[in-house]
Design a protein around this ligand. Structure first.
Ligand code: SF4
Length: 257
């Protein structure tokens, strides 16, 4: 150990290993400074939340979270720390499972249908969930809210990746707390989100090995989960239902059990 190390305050380690990165705010083009260990920051000029897409960003380790009285509170806090705009907890009674919602994936000829294991017909679907929903006591719903135009830009994929990342971290942390039936859901097909540069899903149409294992979770719609009903019960529906709103939201869900 060098002399400087013995004199150094241990609390300085984190400070010394982080550095500010400049991003352009997608809304107003102002420079937004985000520290390398932070996932997001609000633009001081227009208030838009800007995400740090750098995969080397130092994310909080769920294992390092201090033990608190209520494990659910820890999971909610984790969701916010990983970059959610909002998070809420709902009783399992509010979960409605409707086969017709899952059928829409096929009937509306969704381009994601059949493209990967995260979408119908490759997910276990609403009938499986109906038979297993009794294992769920509560549901954690997370929201990522972004400026409307970001949903129609090349940032959309990064937003989807972040949503999948957050619900996977909540699911993992729940398992570590003994809530081993907890199951995460997000939205979209991992073929679009993780493998868009490839012409096919390697798991379904290649050698059976996923190129990005454990980076994605199935879509809520593929399991027939009525998100509008959950949004209403969370008091989030009006916001999500307004097509003239300046922001757009992505939602993920973790069934806790
Ligand atoms: S190979 Fe790509 S598209 Fe197929 S399951 Fe894995 S991440 Fe999804």
């Amino acid at each position: 150990m060098g002399l400087n190390d013995t004199l150094k305050c241990p609390g300085m380690d984190k400070t010394l290993s982080t550095f500010p990165i400049e991003f352009d705010c997608p809304q107003c083009n102002a420079i937004v400074e985000i520290w390398s260990d932070e996932l997001k920051c609000r633009c001081t000029q227009c208030g838009t939340v800007v995400f740090n897409p750098d995969p080397s960003v130092k994310k909080p380790d769920p294992k390092t979270f201090e033990s608190k009285a209520n494990p659910i509170d820890e999971l909610l806090e984790l969701a916010m720390d990983f970059g959610s705009s909002a998070v809420t907890i709902l009783d399992a009674d509010h979960i409605q499972i409707d086969n017709q919602i899952a059928d829409l994936c096929r009937e509306t000829k969704c381009p994601n249908y059949g493209s990967s294991p995260t979408c119908p017909p490759h997910v276990r679907g609403p009938d499986w969930l109906k038979n297993n929903i009794h294992k769920t006591s509560q549901a954690i719903m997370v929201e990522i809210e972004v400026p409307q135009e970001q949903m129609y830009s090349d940032k959309r994929k990064e937003i989807s990746k972040l949503l999948h990342f957050i619900v996977i971290q909540i699911e993992r942390a729940a398992h570590e707390k003994g809530l081993v039936q907890s199951t995460a859901f997000a939205g979209g097909s991992c073929k679009n989100i993780q493998c868009s540069e490839h012409s096919y899903c390697n798991f379904l149409n290649g050698d059976g090995i996923c190129r990005h294992p454990d980076l994605s979770r199935p879509s809520v719609s593929g399991y027939g989960i009525n998100m509008n009903h959950l949004l209403k019960n969370a008091g989030w529906f009006k916001k999500s239902n307004n097509s003239f709103a300046p922001t757009s939201s992505h939602y993920g869900l973790v069934l806790i059990g």
